[in-house]
Design a protein around this ligand. Structure first.
Ligand SMILES: *Cc1c(COP(=O)(O)O)cnc(C)c1O
Length: 318
């Protein structure tokens, strides 16, 4: 489909039609939302796009929780999520961190999992979380619906930074929430309309474009990542490799200085973020401090030739 950049649509006989003003909804966004909801599987699921993954995450918290309520957040997950929840402490939100490989703690109002956690790459115990009375959200940015459909495992909400694998080319900032409860969908949609955190039509179009190749990209990235994770684990200058067996994200600890390694790659780009077709590497300690080992490198594996990627990594690790 072509992108419709309109912000307004004419009324018919004095009556607003399906689309009226783009802050509420636009056709390109609705089309991308339909595609994503279908990928997440559940027949009754509905998706909403946001201007970024963090805009989506913030909307979930502000639209569905009250001051004084508590989020149980997976340890070792995306740095920005904990930072955002801490910021909202000024508005009365509480959060605590827990080991997502174990059942969530009692007395919390939302369980926030990450599949797998970026960058420590643990997988959540979805069954234990689904048995918890609170709503369960899975940030499935790294798994993508190619490897995991959390709604099928009892999750209530799926969150994506579509900026990563879904759009897939490091050229679109976009977030999404998928849910199967129509009341939750309506609350989030209303909140997005009021606060203006919808993504732009061009971005929705880039997401649609990305979704067309999602499966082939993810399969190739997973194949490459499995091979690299195996070779890294056998390398004498590598202490620890974290790889959950799915997806394109690997993290490993080197013997020596991680920042020297990230500056020594040639084919592999030294940049933040993940999920693009080109392989990137970075030390996470510069951003996250002691939440992660000082010698940890996060590798987002792209679609290049695996042997060329390994040759580059090997010369950089030394
Ligand atoms: C990047 C990321 C986010 C935040 O998404 P943005 O699109 O950068 O706002 C949230 N969760 C995970 C797991 C991420 O990797």
């Amino acid at each position: 489909m072509s992108v419709d950049r309109s912000t307004v649509w004419e009324f018919h006989g004095g009556q607003p039609g399906t689309f009226t003003y783009a802050r509420e909804a636009h056709p390109t966004g609705v089309e991308a939302e339909r595609e994503l909801a279908q990928l997440e599987g559940a027949p009754d699921s509905q998706a909403l796009l946001f201007s970024s993954g963090m805009a989506a995450a913030t909307a979930v918290v502000l639209a569905l929780l009250e001051p004084g309520q508590t989020v149980a957040l997976a340890q070792g997950g995306y740095f920005g999520t904990g930072a955002m929840l801490a910021e909202l402490g000024r508005w009365g939100l509480r959060y605590l961190e827990f080991d997502q490989t174990r059942p969530p703690p009692d007395g919390v109002d939302l369980v926030w999992l990450e599949a797998p956690a970026n960058p420590l790459l643990t997988m959540p115990d979805l069954e234990a979380a689904a048995a918890h009375p609170a709503r369960v959200l899975v940030d499935s940015t790294v798994a993508t619906p190619i490897h995991l459909r959390p709604l099928d495992h009892g999750a209530d909400l799926v969150l994506h930074s579509g900026t990563k694998y879904l759009a897939g080319h490091h050229d679109a900032l976009v977030g999404a929430v998928v849910s199967r409860d129509p009341a939750v969908h309506e609350q989030l949609s209303h909140f997005r309309h009021l606060t203006g955190s919808i993504c732009a039509p061009d971005v929705a179009w880039l997401l649609l474009r990305g979704l067309k190749t999602l499966r082939v990209r993810i399969e190739r990235q997973t194949e490459n990542a499995r091979l690299l994770a195996g070779r890294l684990a056998a390398h004498p200058n590598v202490e620890t490799v974290r790889y959950p067996g799915i997806g394109g994200l690997v993290s490993f600890d080197v013997r020596g200085d991680a920042q020297t390694v990230e500056r020594s790659t040639r084919l592999i780009k030294n940049a933040t973020s993940l999920g693009g077709t080109e392989t990137t590497i970075e030390s996470r300690h510069r951003w996250e401090g002691d939440r992660v080992p000082v010698n940890l490198l996060r590798l987002s594996v792209g679609v290049e030739d695996a042997d060329e990627l390994w040759a580059d990594l090997e010369q950089a690790i030394g």
